[in-house]
Design a protein around this ligand. Structure first.
Ligand code: EPZ
Length: 424
């Protein structure tokens, strides 16, 4: 298994080009199942999860063509050859459950393995299923699989008025995609407002869907008979952007992040400004710089536009280097503090009390061998390694490969002493 070796303590300086968002690209890819015509996605990040989704879609009968750099993907689901998403693929990536809505909408049936729990929480899919049931799908759970089908004699899903009892990104995406091919109007209340949902809705509209309320908590969909070919460029990755913004701050350097958008990262940039870091916004770039004496700032994770749970671990890493204490509260996932004991290995002082962690900053951090059990926790350890004196080895790099394109290359180009070591 590969690892990453870092010799920390060097301020980063330079420019990093931000990739397209993984969490937008995955549902966009699943959307190809809604149409018999091709969907061309550009600004796709070249990541392991994108390949996994590609394999799943091929297994449903889609053909996938990817340019050499991996950034433009043509998906063509002319015919659906299988409506089953097998356990072996779904267990690798929870986002596989996003094929459920499109398959049942187009084919009238789907059999998708239940994803099961994961490192950051139990992550049930009950709300995805309730949402599809509201459109008339009959759902059964058997042998670890969700089986969804239309009632006999019925050709299409039926529009509905569905209120999510809590905000769910994937649940909103599944319902939104399915509703596009349902009969009549669907109103989705308490919809997730994440930029990745708006990106999906924008692409669906380009495919011929009729959706209004983009960016709000209420999405209204008028079902259409069919969707057609479209091209769409994936929204920039706000979490990658935020992660590198924090890399500049934690190393007390300056990074210009290009090909991105500040308006989808307000909560993180606001919190950064409160620490005393300098944030400069231009057309499609953000420049972050920080000197010594950053202040501790409390954050609480919330659905968009609140502070993202996917930035919580990285924020905690930054706070270990700030003056004073900061409280970091996680409200989305019940088990998303696995990085805390690993941060302790660098000498950080973090205490967890229920859903909150108190970080007492300005620890004298020193590099250490560490490992993490999920993507954002892993990258928080990379950030801490960059800020720590001496050598850090981050194990289980495959987590990072799922969500950060060419991470070590992008950081090394800005002066980080970071390299991948193979087969440790
Ligand atoms: C998406 O996951 C992201 N993944 C996650 O990013 C992100 O952390 C999360 O949204 C929250 O922003 C993708 O977009 C592929 P949810 P998702 O449904 O859709 C509960 C990363 O590191 N819930 O909004 O699975 C759930 O357990 C990843 O890139 C139910 O109870 O998240 C959680 O507590 C990790 N029942 C909360 O809702 C359901 O049916 C929010 O989950 C669905 C969700």
């Amino acid at each position: 298994m590969d690892a990453i070796r870092i010799h920390g303590g060097v301020p980063l300086n330079g420019e990093i080009e931000i990739s397209g968002a993984k969490n937008a690209a995955l549902p966009l890819m699943a959307a190809c199942l809604l149409s018999e015509e091709p969907l061309v996605l550009s600004n796709v990040p070249a990541l392991a999860d994108i390949k996994t989704m590609g394999r799943l879609l091929e297994q449903h009968g889609a053909s996938i063509e990817t340019t050499e750099d991996g950034h433009t993907v043509t998906l063509y689901a002319r015919k659906i050859s299988s409506t089953e998403a097998p356990y072996d693929l779904v267990r690798k990536m929870r986002a596989s459950v996003l094929v459920l809505g499109p398959l049942v909408a187009r084919e009238g049936r789907a059999r998708v393995s239940l994803p099961g729990g994961c490192a950051i929480g139990t992550r049930p899919v009950d709300l995805h299923l309730k949402a599809l049931e509201s459109l008339g799908a009959e759902i059964e759970l058997t042998g670890g699989y969700v089986e969804a089908r239309l009632p006999s004699g019925q050709k299409r899903l039926m529009g509905s008025h569905f209120t999510f009892p809590m905000v769910t990104v994937g649940g909103t995406e599944n319902l939104l995609m399915a509703a596009c091919l349902a009969d009549g109007e669907t109103v989705i209340e308490n919809a997730a407002r994440e930029p990745e949902i708006t990106d999906l809705a924008t692409c669906l509209i380009a495919m011929g869907a009729k959706i209004s309320g983009l960016g709000s908590g209420t999405l209204t969909v008028q079902g259409v008979d069919r969707l057609h070919a479209a091209s769409h460029s994936v929204v920039p990755d706000r979490i990658e952007t935020g992660t590198y913004a924090l890399a500049a701050a934690i190393t007390r350097g300056t990074l210009k992040l290009t090909n991105t958008r500040a308006d989808i990262l307000d909560s993180v940039l606001d919190a950064m400004r409160q620490t005393g870091a300098d944030v400069m916004i231009e057309d499609d770039s953000i420049t972050v710089s920080a000197a010594s004496g950053l202040k501790g700032v409390d954050v609480m994770t919330e659905p968009y536009p609140g502070f993202p749970t996917d930035m919580q671990a990285q924020w905690m890493a930054l706070m270990t280097t700030a003056d004073g204490a900061a409280m970091v509260t996680e409200t989305i996932f019940e088990n998303r503090f696995m990085h805390v004991p690993e941060l302790g290995r660098f000498g950080a002082d973090v205490n967890v009390h229920g859903a909150s962690a108190i970080v007492r900053g300005k620890a004298n951090l020193s590099g250490a061998p560490v490992m993490a059990t999920d993507l954002r926790a892993s990258v928080s350890l990379v950030l801490t390694g960059l800020a720590s004196k001496g050598k850090t080895i981050v194990n289980r790099v495959y987590h990072l490969d799922r969500g950060y394109e060419r991470l070590e290359e992008k950081l090394a180009a800005c002066g980080a002493r970071i390299e991948r070591i193979q087969g440790v």
